[in-house]
Design a binder for this molecule. Sequence first.
Ligand code: SF4
Length: 431
Amino acid sequence: MTIASVDTTIQLISSGSIDGATCAPELVDGPWLFDSAPPSYGPGASQDDPIPAFAPKQGELPEEYRTASKEELAERIRAAKATLGDRVAVMGHFYQRDEVVQFADFVGDSFQLANFAKARPEAETIVFCGVHFMAETADIVSRPEQNVILPNLAAGCSMADMADLDSVQECWEALEELYGTEPDADGRVPVIPVTYMNSSAALKAFCGEHGGIVCTSSNAATVLQWAFERGQRVLFFPDQHLGRNTAKAMGVPVERMPLWNPRKPLGGNDEASLGEAQVILWHGFCSVHKRFTVGQIEHARAEFPGVRVIVHPECPMEVVDAADEYGSTDYIVKAIQAAPAGSTFAIGTEINLVQRLAAEYPQHTIFCLDSVVCPCSTMYRIHPGYLAWVLEGLVRGEVVNQVRVADEVAVPARVALERMLAARPDTTMAA
Ligand code: SF4
């Protein structure tokens, strides 16, 4: 199977050579085309999501970085990194474009990368090639003297932006009115807030202050178990799909997982359904993973009998149910690494990771379930031009695009993260 680059595929889609209208050439040509008004997440899977007023904005990238060729930018990035040496560590998320990942000192998921930042205490600056909440997490867990830079401040996450502190606080007050604040006879409080790593530092801090915890897509079941031991029910935000898929696999009936829509009174629920609730799911989703369908799985199985279908738990429940397996990006990478040569995989996650795995493991056939390429357009905003700009700034002694979480937020956010690290799987549940 020939693997076209993600850029080439986007260009084919936008020129009409491949059916599908989710991508536009600006994503390849230069994200600075949509950095300014009207603010948006940019073309691609997230283009229909409204961007909140509080989302950070990116100033104009100097022209020399917008007009430089790919080759020139690569040379300038290489030279700046060589000059900076150990003073800088570049982190590249799994979903980041290859032209940027090639310069990363570490590649991984958001929490692996935040921890890599801790593993490089000698680095004065962490350049985080991911999205805004990831840079915030790196700032929270890194040493206070270390600076964290996000090369394009407009690289947000549409899912993380679907839950903001004000809406979560309003929801919390409504739940307190309904359930009260007193623990039951077993000492379990009425509600434990659980936030996915893909959320603002403010929401991690909210969890730290309200007896709650953070989870990743790798440890969501362990964290939910932790929460059920301490609370009668869980408020899970912002990703409804990760919450629903994980709780369902733990035996929570879907009818006991009402959805909380922050724009409706009582989240769009009645008191009776909230009274029965075990997990209250926030109305958030990832626009990239929401595109995967059961039809795509059926198509892959018809075309490749024996194919192993693995999807990410941010996919809708019916897609996870139809797949052979589901798991975090780390799970997907390890499953491919461990498979016997000649295996065929259909993967339901972001295209840059799938294409890279296909190139790294030519002994397997690996393809994305979605034939109409669908990169994370917010992640894609870290064009090499921005990376060259921030690195050359560092060479001149200028720190641009620093992401700094204030102490009053970072301290309680760290509490919620530390609870996550201390949570252990309940081995009495193992068969
Ligand atoms: S893939 Fe989805 S959840 Fe991940 S950064 Fe992009 S929009 Fe956010």
